[in-house]
Ligand binder design. Structure first.
Ligand code: G3P
Length: 220
């Protein structure tokens, strides 16, 4: 399973990259705004800065909602860097744009997926990734993980190459359950990724090993 980090924060992207486990980055307009990035040129420069840190794909989201403008915006984003994947919302014009991008060889991430039918349409249009938002489904008392399982089944039934990118993952158990459900990618905040490291028995065990070693070598 690939690990993407879900942030526009350069320091956190560097930290995840330095861990050696980072396969890519996802952003969205809210995450860009959270970092105080605004104005077209600043946004484009920020995407370029992200591309320079990571070795993998970087999702950059269009803010247009009509076909022609999505195409123009997505083309500009795609030309920025070869790592850019154009992120497009699952709306009617978005599906048309995904199809057009696929024809041009431009990779896409279809976002704001909340149902298996939306994922199926995006795959049919030729999306590189679909992003089902599991945390936001959990927020409204709906099982986000079940959506990952359903999309996995549908894509496997027909051999769609579209990758299931589990998004809106908020904690370590989301990541583990997405791996069990066969997601191709999980994108999560750094805190959720590093939480996978934690276990009190690891801390206790390591403290004991170091104490025993110190005692054996007369250093205690
Ligand atoms: O990748 C989509 C993700 O950013 C949404 O996460 O936590 O805002 O639901 P969240």
């Amino acid at each position: 399973m690939k690990f993407f980090i879900d942030t526009a924060n350069l320091q956190q992207i560097r930290e995840a990259h330095d861990l050696g486990i980072l396969d890519g980055v996802t952003t969205n307009p809210s995450l860009m705004a959270k970092e105080g990035i605004s104005g077209k040129q600043n946004v484009l420069n920020h995407y370029k800065a992200i591309c320079e840190i990571t070795d993998g794909d970087v999702s950059a989201e269009v803010i247009s909602t009509n076909y022609e403008e999505m195409l123009a915006e997505g083309m500009e984003l795609a030309l920025l860097h070869e790592k850019i994947v154009v992120k497009v919302p699952i709306i009617k014009d978005g599906i048309k744009a995904i199809k057009a991008f696929a024809t041009k060889g431009i990779r896409t991430n279809c976002t704001l997926i909340f149902s298996p039918g939306q994922a199926l349409l995006a795959a049919k249009a030729g999306a590189t990734y679909v992003s089902p938002f599991i945390g936001r489904l959990d927020d409204v008392s709906t099982d986000g993980l079940m959506l990952i399982e359903d999309i996995r089944t549908i894509f496997d039934n027909y051999g769609y190459p579209t990758q299931v990118l589990a998004a809106s993952a908020r904690h370590a158990m989301h990541i583990i359950n997405c791996a069990k459900a066969g997601a191709d990618v999980v994108t999560a905040p750094l805190v959720a990724i590093t939480a996978l490291l934690k276990h009190p028995l690891t801390d206790n065990g390591l403290a004991q090993f170091l104490a025993d070693h110190a005692q054996a070598t007369g250093k205690s």
